[in-house]
Design a protein around this ligand. Structure first.
Ligand SMILES: [Fe+2]
Length: 250
């Protein structure tokens, strides 16, 4: 059992936000139980993460939104009840796999990360269509919605620069996984995209303790080193602004 279960666990104060991870226990291909969840949260806090957004997968073709919310919220309550502390800040959202009809989904607003406007969408793993791009732009234009696209590095061959540039010009935000920055084979491309403003948000997309662990700090260490601490700080500040309503005041 990780130390996080101990009353009075003394967390260091961090300033990173993890916008996308699969830490909620037993509801998708992420943490398999509460012990793993808390070990992942413990690792997150030790890396300086102040707020964690839980974003379990939602697939409209195999799940019902109301049942998804019930499962997600029960897992969240079970997780919170399992420890005496309420730190770090924790909020629930979803990683919604794009489907035709997403724009008409009644429960779309409830899929946002609680207390924020942020809506995480996982795009199709095939060539994007104009319809799909138009849907995302339309959803993003709604009041109180800020779409961010999951792990853009997986879609560079499914999209075109024009599609991405159009979506960004309409205010859609782009997320990449920490791995994209850490991995030496993709690092230079990731850093170039960050520098050029083509990536707005970094997240761990962590699923477990071994093959897909929490690694956000490692990515920021690379950014500190390669792009400078001012750049890194600006990225963190922009991230914090997106979740300012769920962070403690001050
Ligand atoms: Fe994910």
């Amino acid at each position: 059992m990780c130390d996080a279960r101990r009353p009075g666990y003394d967390y260091p104060l961090g300033d990173l936000i993890d916008f996308h991870c699969h830490i909620l226990p037993g509801i998708d291909d992420g943490a398999k139980d509460i012990n793993v969840s808390w070990a992942m949260i413990d690792a997150s806090v030790r890396q300086g993460i102040q707020a964690v957004c839980f974003t379990p997968h939602f697939y409209a073709d195999r799940d019902d939104p109301e049942k998804f919310f019930q499962r997600r919220d029960k897992a969240f309550i079970d997780l919170k009840r399992s420890v005496p502390t309420v730190f770090p800040v924790m909020a629930c959202g979803a990683e919604i796999h794009y489907f035709e009809g997403i724009a008409a989904m009644e429960q779309l607003m409830r899929m946002r990360i609680t207390g924020t406007d942020l809506l995480l969408i996982e795009m199709p793993f095939r060539r994007w269509t104009d319809r799909c791009v138009a849907d995302i732009v339309e959803i993003n234009s709604r009041k109180g919605v800020q779409v961010f696209l999951a792990h853009i590095e997986r879609y560079l061959r499914h999209s075109t620069p024009e599609m991405l540039s159009h979506m960004r010009s309409q205010g859609v935000l782009i997320q990449s996984n920490a791995d994209f920055v850490i991995d030496r084979s993709t690092r230079s491309r990731a850093l170039r995209m960050l520098y050029d403003g083509e990536i707005d948000i970094l997240a761990s997309d962590s699923h477990n303790l071994r093959s897909r662990p929490q690694n956000l700090r490692d990515a920021y260490d690379v950014i500190d080193e390669e792009l400078g601490e001012d750049f890194s700080e600006a990225l963190r500040v922009r991230g914090r602004l997106l979740v300012r309503n769920i962070l403690p005041a001050g």
